[in-house]
Design a protein. Structure first.
Length: 661
């Protein structure tokens, strides 16, 4: 689905991070608006700042026929070598947009100014990604010469855009400091606008002329990029502007309800069942008496028998193909798969709704104004009253819509009733007959995702450890293993997931045997059974031997071990519950002398418990690890750091064995 990419096209030029070759530069003076920036002081920054935006300007002009003209310009000073990537300018366009002008300049630290014109740009198709077969989205790229440390680079891009939805976006905050940025809106007589600010206080504009409004901001701090943070665009400051035509014309998008109503018009007639679809539904459900099993059978068919292939031309980037076409051709993208499954479910009396969502949790929040910043479509299945839904975890009470179950038919490795981590606790637009509604998807219980590992080991007097390990993986942990093994044809490839776990915990080891269960049975946990041997696991020192009770696996993390304080929230991929039970039979001639202390920490967002004990002549280690909240606020960053440090200490602890005198 290309909804988000189309919105980026409407936003015109993007500065790429790639270094793409271009033609020979032309000599030419940089424009006055660039030279005017050289004398002004730089915005506040530190010695690690790659570059700074000296000046940015966007002018959006709306014509009476609804077409928009947009001018984007920017001047940037490069401060460090990693800022040189800003010297590549890319403007995307498609059938609904046209680049009418494109220029770029460089004022080098030493030497003459350089200029690049549109004829120097390289035009190419946007790279095919994730099964996209045909797309009309293209790009023009300019590589600015001499874009090195000390240089000031700039660009201008002019576009004509006829958007499907009259909403525009001004993203004025960047990942580098911004000294000054401006936005000007020009509307025809009788037109108006609705401004929605995100992550920023409301700023009133100046009406500089009839039908013309201007906003100006300065000294904007950068969004610092940190590991496992929400998408930076979701937390950056921006302004969304909904354009409102005069009375008597289509009022445009004013709310999520309007957005959903618009999308619903694109789906009209797309979910009509053909005779072939009706026959297939009857065939798939003939031998499944219960309603949940009938739904699972239809969902599994769409997951596995409909290949993911996207053909997105014009309105096709938003509008699904008909269910009959998807069924006959046996391929489609996410919104096509949703359309077909919705059609098939209707044949057994089950209603369902489209849900548009961004797969990066945090891109859309409860405070986000109406926009099309979505990149995926899933299905909301209406559960009949009284249905036994104990195994259908991914559900919420949606009020008037009733109990609905969220399901992603594009995800081949997640069973019906479940939902992969990034979609959980995420926001999506539910599209019903009443229009759109922004809803929060459920967060599944921690028990639905994790690894339960048990091991029975024997340690000999030489310190060699031998034994068997049994792993039961559920949820995303199971899906990850199935994905890793789906294309493995050689035994050496099949064993790699086990080797990655064992190799991270043991310095020397041998995998003697390994088998799997439920590789292609997605509604059951995935299982590993393997036998291993590790020399020198027990470290002898005179009449003592040191033994680590924690044999395999690690929950510790250096995520929070940074020199500077954390600035952004921490995002976990999904809820998780992992358990370990390791039993090590001690070598003859040794007795237990000392055990590591137990650990019990529960910080609300996560918990960890461990215990080492002697049961007969067996050293038994048990532990539990849970991720209970998917977003941890900055206020709890230090708490999270200490949480991981406690785990790291416990994982390193050793038991002491001693030979009796």
């Amino acid at each position: 689905m290309r909804i988000r990419r189309c919105m980026r096209t409407a936003a015109a030029a993007l500065l790429s991070v790639g270094l793409i070759g271009a033609r020979m530069a032309l000599a030419g003076d940089a424009p006055g608006w660039m030279h005017a920036q050289l004398a002004a002081p730089l915005p506040p920054h530190d010695d690690k700042t790659a570059a700074v935006v000296l000046y940015a300007e966007t002018v959006l002009s709306v014509q009476p026929n609804g077409k928009m003209k947009r001018l984007d310009r920017q001047a940037i000073k490069i401060l460090r070598p990693d800022g040189e990537a800003r010297g590549t300018v890319r403007a995307d366009f498609d059938a609904q947009s046209r680049i009418t002008g494109m220029r770029a300049w460089c004022i080098p630290a030493v030497g003459r100014d350089y200029e690049m014109k549109e004829k120097d740009a390289v035009e190419s198709a946007i790279g095919v990604e994730g099964g996209e077969l045909v797309s009309d989205l293209r790009t023009k790229t300019l590589r600015i010469p001499a874009a090195t440390v000390g240089s000031v680079i700039g660009y201008e891009v002019e576009q004509e855009v006829r958007p499907y939805v009259m909403v525009d976006e001004w993203v004025f905050q960047d990942t580098i400091p911004v000294r000054e940025t401006n936005f000007t809106l020009q509307l025809p007589r009788g037109w108006s606008y609705k401004a929605s600010w995100l992550n920023h206080v409301d700023e009133p504009p100046t009406e500089t002329a009839p039908g013309q409004w201007h906003w100006s901001l300065s000294q904007l701090p950068p969004v610092r990029l940190e590991s496992q943070m929400p998408p930076w665009r979701g937390i950056s400051s921006r302004l969304l502007v909904a354009i409102v035509p005069p009375n008597g014309q289509d009022p445009g998008i004013q709310s999520w309800r309007d957005m959903g109503a618009w999308y619903l018009t694109l789906t009209q007639g797309r979910r009509d069942a053909s005779p072939d679809i009706k026959r297939k539904v009857a065939e798939l459900t003939a031998n499944t008496p219960s309603l949940p099993e009938k739904m699972r059978a239809l969902a599994r068919f769409v997951q596995t028998d409909i290949r993911y292939v996207a053909i997105e031309l014009g309105i096709g980037s938003f509008q699904p193909h008909t269910a009959a076409d998807v069924f006959n051709h046996r391929y489609g993208d996410c919104k096509d798969k949703v359309t077909l499954l919705s059609t098939m479910l209707k044949e057994i009396g089950i209603d369902s709704y489209y849900v548009l969502i961004n797969t990066a949790r945090g891109s859309i929040t409860a405070a986000t104004p109406p926009n099309l910043d979505f990149d995926h479509a899933i299905l909301a299945v209406v559960l009949p009253p009284g249905l036994d839904n104990a195994t259908l975890e991914a559900r919420i009470d949606a009020g008037k819509a009733g109990q609905i179950l969220f399901f992603d038919p594009t995800d081949e490795l997640t069973a019906f009733g479940e939902l992969r981590g990034p979609l959980q606790a995420n926001y999506g637009m539910l599209v019903t007959a009443d229009g759109g509604e922004l809803v929060k998807l459920p967060q599944l219980p921690v028990e639905t995702n994790g690894v339960a590992r048990t091991a029975s080991m024997v340690l000999d007097e030489n310190g060699t450890l031998r034994g068997t390990v049994h792993e039961v993986r559920s949820g995303d942990q199971a899906a990850a293993q199935r994905y890793a093994l789906r294309t493995a044809n050689q035994d050496t490839d099949r064993i790699k997931p086990v080797e990655s776990v064992v190799g991270a915990s043991l310095s020397t080891y041998r995998i003697l045997k390994a088998t799997i269960a439920n590789l292609r049975t997605e509604n059951r946990p995935f299982e590993w059974n393997y036998t291993l041997e590790a020399e020198n696991y027990g470290k002898a020192a005179g009449d003592l031997m040191l033994v680590r009770p924690r044999v395999l696996g690690s929950f510790a993390s250096d995520l929070m071990e940074t020199k500077e304080p954390r600035q952004q929230p921490i995002e976990f991929s999904g809820p998780e519950h992992d358990t370990d039970v390791f039993e090590i039979t001690l070598p003859s001639g040794y007795a237990l002398d000392e055990l590591p202390p137990p650990v019990n920490v529960d910080d609300g967002f996560a918990s960890y418990q461990s215990k080492s004990e002697l049961v007969g002549h067996v050293l038994r280690y048990t532990r539990s690890f849970e991720i209970k909240e998917l977003t941890v606020s900055v206020a709890k960053a230090e708490q999270l750091k200490q949480f991981f440090r406690i785990i790291e200490s416990d994982e390193r602890n050793t038991a002491v064995l001693k030979r009796p005198q």
